[in-house]
Write a new protein. Structure first.
Length: 389
């Protein structure tokens, strides 16, 4: 049997501002450090792995003999969104960020979208919280049938529609049109996102498990596609496949929550995998708590993951590789609901696979691509360096 490699991305888990964070207005950000200080969250299993050795944490102590090699990684690509972070993990460096729209989308973009889907106009067209936008525009949407189009600090074109007014499959077709025909060229955003919701005025609720992301198409020379072409079985758990436009994956397992993502991971690990790469995104820390400035919720989500660590570690075979990391920061203790330009944590298990117990600060997220490619003995020219021994 050949070994398996597992990469778990805790979405929005940063460990302090990068050297260039001031360029993004993020010089004071430290997601994990601030959550630890604010909430006192105890993470005993991640502490055993070495999480407290990466940076000083108020509630997670250093471990003299951690189970994992530890360090952190800095982002080279321009931007601080999930697509950019995951792509860099997979070996792709972006020279310029995906476009953002702090003042809403240009009239020409909206006109092209409306003409293509056959509606008179859209509602909102501003950066907005996903829960607030359906509260504030949902009733007008039901009365008019006009889609709610909004963005955020990320490079996203989001379309929200009530399932009774616009069936979910129709919403998907609208978003496919936006992705393929409108948000291209100079307006090629990282993601077009379908955001169906339900309920009545005053009690609208997003249908999270029917959300669908339409990503920009990644360059073919990325880790996932190369492994797939090399006949390594590739699995996505959570939104990862969406971020890669579904390309290069043997199997895609969408999830509604971190609990389901962890369950899907443990299920795969128990299935006798061989020669497989499993790429996991745990989104709750970012989507439910980072963006909503909820340190207690963020801490609770970390604690939920911490409780799963023993089960995950117990299923790692001697010839397997487990990497735990993040994709950007999202400091819920700040005044910003945006992602933050932070380094991300790095835990490598078993630690005897790594070159050193303290891996220091890697120059790029793509060190992970380099490492996983080397693990599978795949010839590659990914930027960065491997941390395998």
């Amino acid at each position: 049997m050949m070994g398996n490699a597992y990469v778990i991305v805790v979405d929005g888990l940063g460990v302090g501002a990068q050297e260039d964070a001031a360029e993004y207005g993020d010089e004071s950000m430290n997601t994990l450090g601030h959550v630890s200080e604010e909430t006192g969250v105890r993470l005993p299993n991640l502490q055993k792995m070495g999480l407290g050795n990466i940076i000083p944490l108020a509630s997670v102590e250093e471990n003299e003999n951690p189970l994992a090699a530890f360090g952190k990684l800095r982002e080279v690509s321009a931007g601080k969104d999930s697509t950019t972070g995951h792509w860099e993990i997979a070996g792709i460096h972006l020279g310029k960020p995906f476009p953002t729209y702090p003042n809403g989308f240009p009239e020409g973009v909206l006109q092209a979208f409306c003409e293509g889907i056959g509606v008179e106009k859209v509602l909102c067209n501003k950066p907005y919280s996903g829960t607030d936008v359906i509260r504030d525009f949902g009733e007008e949407h039901l009365a008019t049938g006009f889609p709610i189009v909004y963005t955020s600090a990320d490079s996203v074109f989001q379309v929200a529609c009530h399932e009774d007014e616009v069936p979910v499959e129709k919403l998907y077709k609208w978003c496919e049109y936006a992705r393929n025909e409108v948000m291209a060229g100079e307006h090629e955003v990282g993601r077009v996102i379908a955001r169906p919701f339900k309920g009545k005025p005053g009690n609208f609720e997003r249908i999270s498990d029917k959300r669908h992301d339409y990503s920009s198409i990644p360059p073919k020379n990325n880790l996932v596609q190369k492994l797939y072409d090399f006949r390594v079985k590739t699995y996505s758990i959570g939104k990862v496949a969406d971020l890669f436009a579904g390309e290069g994956f043997t199997q895609y397992r969408p999830t509604k929550s971190n609990a389901e993502g962890i369950s899907q991971l443990l299920s795969l690990m128990s299935a006798g995998l061989d020669n497989s790469f499993v790429f996991v995104n745990l989104i709750d820390t970012d989507q439910l708590f980072g963006h909503r400035l909820d340190p207690a919720g963020y801490a609770g989500s970390l604690a939920e993951f911490d409780r799963a660590i023993p089960a995950i570690v117990s299923k790692i075979r001697e010839d397997d590789l487990l990497i735990i990391t993040g994709d950007h920061g999202n400091d819920p203790c700040s005044e910003s609901t945006d992602h933050s330009r932070e380094s991300v944590p790095l835990l490598v298990f078993p630690k005897n696979s790594a070159k050193a117990e303290d891996l220091g600060t890697g120059k790029t997220f793509s060190n992970i691509a380099k490492t996983v490619a080397e693990f599978f003995k795949l010839e590659n020219d990914f930027p960065g360096s491997s941390f395998l021994g």
